[in-house]
Ligand binder design. Structure first.
Ligand SMILES: C[S@@+](CC[C@H](N)C(=O)[O-])C[C@H]1O[C@@H](n2cnc3c(N)ncnc32)[C@H](O)[C@@H]1O
Length: 280
């Protein structure tokens, strides 16, 4: 059996199962099963596929048809060039969060002195670890409520040789987290509770604690906006990823006596996604 023929059949199967981007999913699964670069499959459709690769591919295809996120099947997700291992313990890092990390880096690059940053709700550790790698002198803290997520983030830190650089704290508020920080960055759970049951099966296979932001989705974000002033250095920033329409709502509730430079950034899809504010 050739790669090209397998990909055609697999794309049809995934389309019938209602999977989004069926072609790309099939390519990633086959490339992973064969241990080759994805683009090579497109360049060499006549590449023969051995029995072991075929077995692995069929297993992955079945899981994908059942609605499992591709990253859980592969066991990893690329995050700005870092390979972050993921499984059912953590949310799969999204492209918007890569943008969030970029904004975090832009802010830190403009600060002077010994810098420290907190990634709150660190999940797989993607943001904390990428920032740690990007800024070798940065002191990084990763805070997280879920012990299972902390275990995953620690494993990632070790795999990436960053374990000595990141301090992990189990927390469900900023109370136990020791500052002060130049930056508190967070991609908190921000989906309104009532929306959760209607989410796609792929999203529903991710931990509910990573998704559910309470009634209007802003429970954790609001807590961060209230508690962050006590944990930030003068001029330090709070930077959040939120759902469409949420940054404006939260910014309006952040007092001008405490915060300055209040801004929203749009994501690459044009959605008002990121909240930024500095402490006076
Ligand atoms: C949307 S996920 C983000 C994970 C990761 N930072 C990323 O961007 O891929 C939110 C994370 O916040 C954690 N979390 C939920 N409630 C929390 C709370 N009250 N305090 C700390 N972490 C919380 C979840 O366990 C989850 O790992």
């Amino acid at each position: 059996m050739t790669a090209g023929k397998l990909l055609t059949d697999a794309e049809r199967r995934l389309t019938e199962a209602g999977v989004e981007e069926p072609g790309q999913n099939a390519q990633w699964l086959l490339a992973d099963a064969m241990g080759v670069e994805r683009l090579r499959l497109l360049a060499e459709p006549d590449l023969p596929v051995g029995a072991a690769a075929l077995k692995k591919f069929n297993k992955g295809l079945l899981l994908k048809e059942q609605g499992l996120p591709l990253a859980y099947i592969l066991g990893w997700q690329d995050f700005r060039g870092l390979r972050i291992n993921v499984d059912e313990r953590v949310l799969v890092p999204r492209p918007e969060t890569e943008e969030l990390a970029g904004h975090a880096a832009d802010f830190l690059a403009g600060r002077k002195g010994a810098l420290s940053a907190l990634d709150y709700g660190a999940g797989s550790g993607a943001i904390a670890l990428w920032l740690g790698k990007r800024f070798p002198a940065l002191r990084v803290t990763a805070a997280e409520k879920s012990p299972r997520a902390i275990a995953c983030a620690r494993e990632n830190a070790e795999a990436l040789g960053l374990a000595a650089r990141v301090k992990f704290v189990r927390a469900s508020t900023l109370g136990p987290v020791r500052g002060p920080f130049d930056l508190i960055v967070s991609n908190p759970p921000y989906i309104p509770s009532g929306v959760i049951p209607g989410l796609a099966p792929e999203v529903l296979s991710e931990p509910k604690v990573a998704l559910d932001g309470g009634g209007d989705g802003l429970d954790i974000a609001r807590m961060l906006a209230q508690q962050a002033p006590a944990k930030l250095k003068k001029g330090g920033a709070l930077l959040l990823e939120l759902g469409g329409g949420q940054p404006g709502k939260l910014l309006a509730a952040m007092p001008a006596a405490t915060w300055k430079d209040k801004k929203m950034f749009r994501d690459l899809c044009g959605i008002e996604r990121f909240l930024f504010a500095r402490i006076k």
